[in-house]
Write a new protein. Sequence first.
Length: 291
Amino acid sequence: MVGQRAAEGRKGGRAGMRLVGGTALAHGEAVRLDGVSIAFTLKGGKRYVAVEGIDLAVMPGEFVAVVGPTGSGKSTLLNAAAGLLKPASGSVTVFSSALSGLNARAGYLFQADALMPWKTALDNVAVALEPQGVPRAEALARARDWLAKVGLATFTDRYPHMLSGGQRKRVALAQMLIRDPEILLMDEPFGPLDAQTRQIMGNLLLDLWAANRKAVMFVTHDLEEAIALADRVVVLSAGPAAKIVGEFKVDLARPRDISEIRLEPQFHALYKEIWSCLRVEVSRAYAGGPA
Ligand SMILES: Nc1ncnc2c1ncn2[C@@H]1O[C@H](COP(=O)(O)OP(=O)(O)OP(=O)(O)O)[C@@H](O)[C@H]1O
Ligand SMILES: [Mg+2]
């Protein structure tokens, strides 16, 4: 099974090709989860196994989207890749080294707003360089550049409450990218935004990513968003003990325009194929977990 998926991945394959079995055992992955299980201890000492036996690797420069029903374990997987959660079994490897502690080579974009309300947009971005000891004048200059790249050149002095939801997400994106992390971990970053702003943010993200390709693990509820952005879509089953139940290569041409690509027949075919896998898990999740 592993071999089949590895071989198919190398062939490139047609759009929507279903990949079967475990993640390819190639070398040089940016981040790699091998047989990862994560359990939480509940009140009274009972253990809840959220995800089990997850094999997932993201290559440098690859954009992987993870979809799955609510509560399936998508954030849990990102937290494992970030080093915020330690697996009960299995291992996390970052650029061929076992991960211990926080993943210093990754940037994390959370679903919730994580900007400091008492700092301006400029300071919120510049502060990300503090741990690296970048002198303040240089940090401010670089923060200004990044705010310009995300279209906020004239908003540098605004505090977060003076910005729209989409603008705050742009600041958060700049805050993550200014550190130039090699791996981007994103947890439904555009979740609270309206559909039109999500598309604008998606296109902005793709433009920035195309200019300097990072390994991306992008969690979303939105299958259309996942297909429009990613090179590969991974489907997680309903929990408990959620597993990867499908992997689909997205062989749509780049550069992509998020709003245009949805109109293409290839996109529809792929959506139908992945949804047939995902819908089963979504129904299971609402029915209270897997049979
Ligand atoms: N600290 C915790 N203690 C106990 N259970 C937890 C803890 N964190 C997460 N869980 C459980 O683990 C499962 C996976 O949670 P997770 O947040 O990863 O889901 P998700 O796929 O990100 O869901 P959503 O799409 O709603 O964000 C859920 O059933 C959740 O209740
Ligand atoms: Mg989540």
